[in-house]
Design a protein around this ligand. Structure first.
Ligand SMILES: *Cc1c(COP(=O)(O)O)cnc(C)c1O
Length: 395
């Protein structure tokens, strides 16, 4: 029995990370300095996207994406019930309406068939966009979502908080990294410590659209621009515009990341490939240990999918007993997620139990096991043995 609890996820901070933060703290810029741009450039390169905008957190990233795509009262957007609430809340921040569709039980991702059915039940133009989520780190089939979105004139925001480094190869043999801008209009990431790359708090939007990029840069900082080429025409009698001149052109927010957070993110990003490989190795050990275990269901991705393993989820009918048993053995398993449509806030809009049977069954049976790059082989062996004991199987 481990003396210290084993969490389901944990950040990994090295001396180099600390030194990178210290270097910024000793320098002239705590915020609005050059480290932000360096982090953006490095992150864009990592996910293979043309543009990246760093923001205060993943939720702010979602909010700004909805603003940039024009979500407002009367705008209807579809997302998955099996996600963190923020994937839906961003639509509400802008006054839009959230619609849910069921998941595909084989992947636990938003089901393309159920989204198509929902769209086809309504008149043309009823919906404006879809927010698919790379849940647990499993990349959504964004090529299929792109095709569906194009058929109906919809935009796509990929919530890639679980999947930096994730990728899939499409039927034509082309590989797409999550958030590379090749399929979704915008993608978002989070640097909360339980995610792959920790910055304390932090977020990123990636895109291939220069127009959306410029708009997001302005929205992130109050809707202000100081680029002369973007200024409106001077008004009659206006005093001469000097070097101080800037314009607030629309209502934005202060959703900036600080330079010392960017320094931590940048330093962590340098280890992203190694940490991704660690997560994959841990997942393969779990897969092997639990293969063909009676009473236990796993989601094992096919060969064309590069799963990022933010979470390693098992499914069992005895979830409550197993949760209590593992917790009693200092294994801090978690449940991801309580379906968003069943949250009291969303029930007030009429969503109710029974609306999405696959999502609700998934919620009833899912359990996230410890998954983080520094999980030791001994700790993992303890987790595996405990799961089997908890299921009352021979070890
Ligand atoms: C973590 C997370 C967010 C929100 O990110 P924050 O940085 O915590 O605001 C949004 N969507 C998903 C799927 C997440 O896991």
């Amino acid at each position: 029995m481990p003396e210290k609890p084993i969490p389901y996820g944990r950040q990994h901070i090295t001396d180099d990370d600390i030194e990178a933060v210290n270097a910024v703290l000793r320098g002239p810029f705590l915020t609005q300095g050059p480290t932000i741009g360096q982090f953006e450039a490095a992150f864009a390169q990592y996910v293979d996207a043309p543009y990246a905008v760093a923001v205060a957190n993943g939720t702010a990233a979602l909010h700004l994406c909805c603003m940039a795509l024009g979500v407002g009262p009367g705008t209807r957007v579809i997302t998955t019930p099996i996600t963190f609430s923020a994937s839906a809340n961003c639509v509400r921040y802008c006054g839009g309406e959230v619609y849910f569709a069921d998941i595909d039980p084989a992947t636990a991702l938003l089901s393309i068939d159920s989204v198509r059915a929902l769209i086809e039940q309504h008149p043309a133009g009823y919906f404006s966009g879809i927010i698919p989520v790379d849940f647990a780190g499993y990349p959504v089939p964004m090529d299929q979502f792109r095709q569906l979105a194009d058929e109906h004139g919809l935009w796509l925001i990929e919530d890639s908080c679980h999947a930096p480094g994730g990728f899939f190869t499409d039927a034509a043999g082309q590989t797409h990294r999550c958030g590379d801008g090749s399929l979704a209009d915008l993608a978002i990431f989070s640097f909360h410590p339980v995610k792959h790359i920790a910055a304390g708090e932090g977020g990123m939007v990636t895109t291939a659209s220069k127009t959306l990029y410029d708009h997001l840069m302005r929205l992130r900082t109050h809707g202000i621009t100081n680029k002369p080429g973007d200024f409106t025409e001077p008004y009659p009698g206006e005093p001469e515009r000097g070097g101080w001149y800037m314009e607030m052109q629309e209502l934005g927010y202060n959703y900036r990341l600080t330079d010392f957070q960017a320094a931590l993110g940048l330093s962590q990003l340098g280890r992203a490939d190694a940490m991704f490989a660690e997560r994959t190795a841990i997942a393969r050990r779990y897969d092997d240990a639990f293969a063909n275990t009676p009473g236990l269901d796993l989601i094992v991705p096919p060969a064309n999918v590069g799963h990022a393993y933010h979470l390693y989820v098992i499914q069992t009918d005895n979830r409550k007993e197993l949760y209590d048993f593992l917790r009693s053995r200092n294994i801090m398993v978690q449940v991801h997620y309580i379906p968003v449509h069943l949250m009291p806030y969303y029930r007030q809009f009429g969503w109710k139990p029974g609306d999405f049977p696959h999502a609700e069954r998934y919620y009833a049976r899912c359990l996230s096991l410890p998954m983080f790059p520094t999980l030791t082989p001994d700790e993992q062996a303890h987790v595996i043995e405990s799961v089997k004991l908890g299921l009352r199987l021979e070890v």
